[in-house]
Design a protein around this ligand. Structure first.
Ligand code: ADP
Ligand code: ASP
Ligand code: MG
Length: 412
């Protein structure tokens, strides 16, 4: 029997009525003949509330305890969900990440999945149950509870779909698909029928919160068909798939803005072999995830090295860099947490020209200063002042006509 994974995000299970509606979807799929595995997130804003509780007691909480705490949000949802399914006349069982045999590494608060043994889940499915698994969490090899990073339930769902060989992974959320940009910031954003793994991976890692970027890595690697859709409306959403030929013609498929970003700059680092390695070995040892790196030579002897990180890692990064500053001969170091990064992404950039010019002109016309620029084969990102972040996104979206579906834009 074919397996279907259905993931419900926080807003889609925020109260009893919504849980009932989600349970109804799972039962409907089971009645169609699927073996159904549900992955659920913590209800509403619960994860935020738990983080606030922790911060009140300890502004730098031990990460293991943080995971132990945050995992409780999802546990509440899955047991309530199972109760709702049973009340509607179908057999159900809820599971923690550990009970679902989701094994991760030990990097608390941003653990990565190492393996999922699906046999326990399969046994329960064969017994006619809908299996409801807590998203966002796993256990390490010592049986410590771990979590996968904010938004990580998407990754639990896609990884489970891969491990179980599911026919499809449905991501039910509060938007009816993936849009050219965040519709909360750019109201005119257009919905996409489909998007390639590469593009959504880039968009997700640049701040498109609609999908957790690790989930797309799993999807691409294991060929999981992912369907992002509305939990309230019965319309088809966006299919994430491998690149198809017509996608090549699209210059820019989407734009993002990432506001929760910090930047560290080491000024006047000695321009010697091994110094960059020292800095980033320090970051790796401190388990700091580095996003973009910008190094510029300022003279034959000196270079400036900047990089962006998650603001929650600023404390660890700063501590790790203190002894390194001297070692690499840096004159000073400064950090900023009032920056934002605006990006445009499109596989068509591989073969088109003029994208950078158009983006920089749009920002200039909106009187937005560009602090730094980062590019890859399929993206251009500009670091701007956080206060101008939304304005910058809107200017860029207008310039690339991201209010229209790709085939209706004047410049493709
Ligand atoms: P869930 O709780 O279901 O996981 P999220 O809040 O994590 O939901 O993701 C859905 C939200 O992602 C939307 O409400 C939307 O504001 C935001 N979002 C950001 N970028 C995009 C995009 N390109 N397309 C659709 N939604 C986006
Ligand atoms: N509850 C977690 C969060 O809010 C995981 C998720 O929703 O995917 O980040
Ligand atoms: Mg999410």
């Amino acid at each position: 029997m074919a397996i279907l994974v259905q993931k419900f995000g926080g807003t889609s299970v925020a109260n009893a009525e919504k849980i009932r509606r989600a349970a109804g979807r799972a039962i409907a799929a089971a009645k169609k003949g699927y073996h159904v595995v549900v992955v659920a997130s913590a209800r509403g804003k619960q994860t935020d509330e738990l983080i606030a509780d922790a911060m009140e007691l300890n502004p730098n909480p031990p990460k293991r305890e943080m995971d132990q705490l945050l995992a409780t949000g999802e546990l509440q949802t899955v047991s309530l969900f199972a109760m709702a399914v049973e009340a509607m006349g179908h057999k159900a069982i809820s599971m923690t990440g550990g009970q679902a045999q989701m094994v991760t590494d030990s990097v608390h608060t941003k653990a990565r999945i190492k393996s999922i043994a699906g046999d326990r889940i399969k046994r329960e499915l064969d017994d006619g149950k809908i299996v409801i698994v807590a998203g966002f969490q796993g256990v390490d090899e010592q049986n410590n509870v771990t979590t996968l990073g904010r938004g990580g339930s998407d990754t639990s769902a896609v990884a489970l779909a891969a491990a179980l060989g599911a026919e499809e992974c449905e991501i039910y959320t509060d938007v009816d698909g993936i849009y050219t940009t965040d519709p909360r910031i750019y109201k005119k954003a257009a919905k996409m029928q489909q998007i390639s793994y590469d593009e959504i991976l880039e968009l997700a890692s640049l701040g498109a919160g609609v999908m957790h970027s690790r989930s797309i890595e799993f999807g691409k690697k294991y060929n999981v068909k992912i369907h992002v859709r509305s939990s309230t409306e019965d319309v088809s959403g966006t299919i994430i798939t491998h690149e198809v030929p017509q996608m090549e013609g699209i210059l820019v498929s989407g734009a993002t803005v990432q506001k929760d970003l910090a930047k560290i700059t080491l000024v006047g680092v000695s321009n010697k072999p091994g110094n960059a390695a020292k800095i980033f070995t320090g970051m790796a040892k401190a388990k700091v995830v580095v996003n973009d790196i910008i190094q510029t030579e300022v003279s034959a002897e000196k270079a400036n090295v900047s990089f962006t990180i998650n603001p929650t890692d600023l404390h660890d990064a700063d501590a790790a860099l203190q002894p390194i500053i001297k070692e690499v001969g840096a004159e000073s170091m400064f950090t900023r947490d009032d920056i934002a990064e605006v990006s445009v992404v499109g596989v068509g950039m591989r073969t088109h020209y003029g994208v950078a010019e158009k983006m920089f002109s749009a920002l200039a016309n909106a009187k937005i200063n560009i602090d730094a620029i980062v590019t890859s084969e399929i993206r251009i990102s500009c670091i701007v002042d956080e206060k101008q972040a939304d304005l910058a996104l809107q200017a860029v979206c207008d310039a690339f006509e991201l209010d229209k579906p790709a085939d209706k834009r004047s410049a493709r």
